[in-house]
Ligand binder design. Structure first.
Ligand SMILES: Nc1nc2c(ncn2[C@@H]2O[C@H](COP(=O)(O)OP(=O)(O)O)[C@@H](O)[C@H]2O)c(=O)[nH]1
Ligand SMILES: [Mg+2]
Ligand SMILES: [Zn+2]
Length: 309
């Protein structure tokens, strides 16, 4: 059977890039596909490696089989149906684009993203964009955040897409990988992809347009093939990636540096709040766990809302 990778999905039709010819074949699904125990609204997602057959007298194909997924990210729909939607499969990395200002990305949003990536076991990286715009104070804050997240174990990049500063590092980062690129609307995701691969030409929007551009409209992700090799998925937001399956008692497992420090807590069921002999508290004093990450951990723990964002 022919093999390929799904690069686009509309819900009923899928673009499958053939492994051998590189040609994009429009495929659909007939009957039931064997899928590993996930109930979702879409059986096939971008990033899926599939087997397909060409139909007789047609350029279109039929997907016959989905190869085992290395990982996948689901988005639970916010409505009551509790349906899950597979956003993308087989990701090599999940990258969050952040701006300190214009617009401001809140650190709780960064931490929610990182928790999600940890939960799906997808390596996460952070790109801080628009460094051309920051004043002295904002630059200092930027450096503090980079320090915090690097110490937590995440690779960080600071770039200006507009001024083409350090963009080549991102090209190297994306090369030959399947990457999810997430971030608030307006941080420069589409601009970055256009800069890396001018052949793609995504629409970018002025800051004043944010509120018009319906923040949660795109349900089906599209994957762009980069001319340097690799694919990138530009997602409008990551709301609803959800932390729904994480229990309160294990939330700290998804903060790697807090988890590591907790190995030395006196009580095995320590929640790292007020228990005597809490090693996380000591790590904060020593500076190996940042106060900011710890506060965000507590905020997420106690804020039911944020778990459903
Ligand atoms: N000053 C500055 N503006 C940028 C930079 N990167 C993107 N922008 C602008 O930010 C706005 C939003 O960019 P866009 O790529 O549409 O963001 P997206 O919503 O994340 O895809 C556009 O007006 C871009 O021109 C940057 O590094 N510096
Ligand atoms: Mg965009
Ligand atoms: Zn503790």
């Amino acid at each position: 059977m022919k093999k390929g990778i799904v690069t686009k999905s509309t819900g009923s039709w899928y673009s499958v890039k053939d492994n051998e010819t590189g040609i994009i074949v429009s495929c659909n699904i007939r009957g039931k596909l064997r899928i590993q125990g996930i109930r979702s609204t879409n059986p096939v997602a971008v990033g899926d490696f599939v087997e397909y057959e060409l139909q007789e007298n047609s350029e279109n194909g039929v997907i016959k089989n989905i190869l085992d997924r290395k990982n996948y990210i689901i988005r639970k729909s916010t409505n009551l149906s509790k349906q899950t939607h597979i956003l993308a499969a087989n990701l090599d990395q999940a990258i969050l684009m952040i701006t300190i200002a214009f617009p401001e990305t809140y650190t709780i949003f960064i931490d929610l993203f990182l928790i999600t990536a940890e939960a799906y076991r997808i390596p996460a990286k952070l790109i801080f964009n628009k460094i051309d715009l920051y004043n002295q104070q904002q630059k200092q804050y930027l450096n503090e955040l980079i320090d915090i997240y690097q110490k937590a174990g995440y690779e960080c990049f600071s770039v200006s897409v507009k001024e083409n500063i350090n963009v080549s590092e991102i090209t190297q980062l994306l090369k030959n990988k399947i990457s999810l690129l997430a971030g608030n609307s307006g941080v420069g995701k589409s601009s970055l992809i256009n800069m890396i691969d001018p052949g793609i030409q995504l629409k970018t929007s002025e800051i004043s347009d944010y509120h018009k551009s319906g923040k949660h409209t795109t349900t089906f992700a599209e994957m762009f093939e980069l001319s340097v090799g690799g694919y990138v998925i530009d997602t409008p937001g990551i709301r609803g990636f959800g932390l729904h399956d994480i229990h309160d008692e294990e939330l700290f497992h998804f903060f790697p540096e807090i988890f590591k420090a907790s190995e030395n807590c006196k009580y095995h069921n320590c929640t790292h709040q007020h228990e005597p002999g809490c090693a996380v508290k000591i790590a904060i004093e020593k500076g190996t766990v940042s106060q900011l990450r710890y506060e965000n951990y507590l905020n997420i723990l106690f804020d039911e809302e944020s778990k459903h964002r």
